[in-house]
Ligand binder design. Sequence first.
Ligand SMILES: Nc1ncnc2c1ncn2[C@@H]1O[C@H](COP(=O)(O)OP(=O)(O)O)[C@@H](O)[C@H]1O
Ligand SMILES: O=P(O)(O)OC[C@H]1O[C@](O)(COP(=O)(O)O)[C@@H](O)[C@@H]1O
Length: 635
Amino acid sequence: MSVPPLDPGRGPASSSLVNLVADGLVLPPPSATPAPAVAGAAALRSESSAAAAVPTSEPSAVAAAAPPDIMLRSGTIEKIAAMMSSSVGEDAASHADQPKIVDLATSKGCSDPRYEHFTKRLVAHPSKEGRLVPPHLSEWTRAGRFPSPFKTNPRTLNLGLSFVSNNETILVDIIGHAQHETISREFLRCGPRETIAFHPQTVKAAIVTCGGLAPGLNTVVRELVYTLSRMYGVEEVYGVPYGYRGFYSPNHNLRRLTEDEVSSIHHQGGTVLGSSRGGFDLKLICDAVEDRGLNQLFIIGGDGTHRGAMAIYQELRARQSKITVVGIPKTVDNDFPLIDRSFGFDTAVEETQRAILCAKVEAKAAINGLGLVKVMGRASGQIAMFACLASRDVDVCLIPEIPFELAGPTGLFRCVSDLFNTQGHCVIVVAEGAGMELIDDDLRSYGTDASGNVKRPDIGLWLRARLNEHFASLGRELNLKLIDPFYMIRSLPANATDSLYCSLLGQSAVHGAMAGYSGFSAGIVNGHHVMLPMTEICNRQRTKVDVHSRMWHRVLACTNQPSLCSSPKMQPQPVAKANAAKPSTSMDPHPPVSVSPVEPPTESDTLKSPTESGTPEPSTEAGAPEPSTEAGAPE
Ligand SMILES: Nc1ncnc2c1ncn2[C@@H]1O[C@H](COP(=O)(O)OP(=O)(O)O)[C@@H](O)[C@H]1O
Ligand SMILES: O=P(O)(O)OC[C@H]1O[C@](O)(COP(=O)(O)O)[C@@H](O)[C@@H]1O
């Protein structure tokens, strides 16, 4: 594929900020430099010749990358208010699009009642720290400045209309309160930039997929290849086999990825590149990247992968390499911090519903039928929670964030008995990390996987054994069917929603890399695609279900399940603040997989037998007290 000619012409002034500058309402940045004139495509055959042709100096490159502070002249608010259409005051979404016209210092002086809410509620963070801008190559190396090929490539000419400026941000904290102002952090918006940092013919991109599978991995890979190649004219894109180790392993070669090669991969589940856990060796990876002349890395993975990507970014930056490191968040568990949701989650929930329906059918067809469905989610109950809500066929949802008891008047055994009494059957969904507080300390974990994730006993098998034992001891019939769609829900190709999401993620990642941003991940926040600095991601814990949230209350309303835990010290703690940063910023070589959100149970809490830890149940189906059962070791 030939490289589209590059043209020095400027694109249309798409940003409202540009118009405000033109109108003299917003002061331009002191060092704002017009886009450089470029001789033409021939002059850009190599980046070095292009760099010579373009009057690129370090300060101007920085100016292009770092958004200027926006200063407002006094009285500006009124002028802007007068300029804006009357519809703006009525639509919260359009407010969110215009956060920066608010000046905290002068907002009180805004007399237009239409902007009262606007100034109170949607205030961009006044400090620079609140504007979470990802690093840019120009901060440590000589970044190129080239006009985007969108301006002249006949196939993408119209895309020039959708350029995004470095001043467009998305507010993170968007819930307004009448009583006080909401000061929001901002992320830089994704999208094609007018000026790019790489000449497309010099790009040597590599894509790697790490960790567990998620629906849509191949769709992301395909979109990365297509965006690089079709939108920018990049010719060299490589796939790294089997995760991080594929960068340096003598047993595997990088695989050239062309449009033809990847055109149909989105119809397959899994990842055509292969994936793995473990194998992260910072020096070997960075040396291999430099030796192979790679200059754009697209790293698709979860929180572990991102800690690795962050380390790679930091190391390459320290080496002053002109290499961008871009992450794309992946985890089927949907517990990646900051983003609205992770790709593949929707597909996984949809597939889980099928298992739930199957459980329901089996349960209803039997005397005292119990359908038990075990789903993924070692630290977070997101899949279980959303699948329960979506299917509406579940009686009990068990998640890692909420401890539960088996015996006693509020325990699971009693709850199941009651359901048999009232409706003759029941359906339970359990997330893999749930119930760990019931399992003896020595059996709760058995080592770690190659990435350092703690291995847990199978809660589905364990619960089945306990329930069977309990009902057998009562002499009461139980027909329990354990349905384990564990790997089935993540090995599918993406559904339509996830597929679209994956495509946009791939495009966002490429636009950011071509613009010269690094150490960031493309993600969706409040419905908009943004660049999340990796520091922000790596300083946060995985997202957990907040049991005091409205979403969990919806689950309780949907399942009608009682509290399954009477012990006050085992009550779940509120999630202090969603996406709250960890106190420490240090890299954690093997991040602990936190399963229990409450203080670890003491020995007396650990289940020896249900009756030891709970009150005997007052009645059985026949009205007699249920005898105790023995809790054995997990299977
Ligand atoms: N703290 C870390 N620092 C560097 N690399 C890590 C770290 N944690 C995990 N990795 C690497 O990231 C890759 C994927 O990690 P893993 O935890 O298996 O999946 P995920 O990224 O989905 O959480 C593995 O190759 C692993 O070695
Ligand atoms: O058997 P594997 O490959 O280790 O995967 C199991 C784990 O993968 C997960 O889906 C999460 O994987 P990631 O963290 O890599 O996204 C967990 O829910 C599950 O415990």
